[in-house]
Design a protein around this ligand. Sequence first.
Ligand SMILES: [Fe+2]
Length: 259
Amino acid sequence: MIIAQISDTHIALDTPDAGQRLSDFAITMADINTLDPTPDVIVHTGDIVHNGRADEYAEAVAILDAAQAPVYVLAGNKDDRANLRAAFAKRGYLAPDGRFIDYTVEDYPVRLIAVDTQSSVSNKGDFCPERARRLVDAIDAEATRPIAVFAHHPPFEVPVGPDPINFEEVEAMERLRRTLQHSGRVIGVFSGHVHRATGGWVGTIPARVAPSIATTLRKGEYPAHMKSRPVYYIHRFDPAWGFATEARIVGAAQTARAA
Ligand SMILES: [Fe+2]
């Protein structure tokens, strides 16, 4: 099973780099379509748009519609739950209403669980007792297959970020960490938000953070020739070893052919 993970496209229509953000997103989706073998599924780990606006979601949906694999999306801190639900309603996997955007995908050897870490008070994450109960229920709904969890905010300390803790309250992050370890069946946690390629642990569960697809917002040092090349992740699942994560540089194949 192969999962392509993209994150933090931050589509905006009225910033100086709006065109670059649209281009970064579009060339990433085109690159994913060239993968051989093709991924089974594509997951966008949130901050799809920058201002939560319906017209921004319309642009994002138009770009995602080009994907050959099924696409699932999460709500980041910049997303608007209601506008996100409306924009992706036709895909059929989001509940039409409710407080949180969390769901499971049961079509693959690894179950996928999307977690909602949006806070009502800041750009940092939240994970309240109600969400913990919902995650426990989702984990316990099936007892045989391994689980990959997707959450916009990384549930571990990221020392290289501007603030190592990406949750409003440390207790909320600890609640998410405990819940992820509740069954022993979660084998990978995949996040975004910090716009930087990094990783950590939730107990013994490996956790990966994808950099922002928006190259103008990406953190970390990249050589000049990569400035306008988005980076996304390919997570390949092996039953014996779990997930092996590869960072994919958009445009690398074309450059190699031209050389
Ligand atoms: Fe974010």
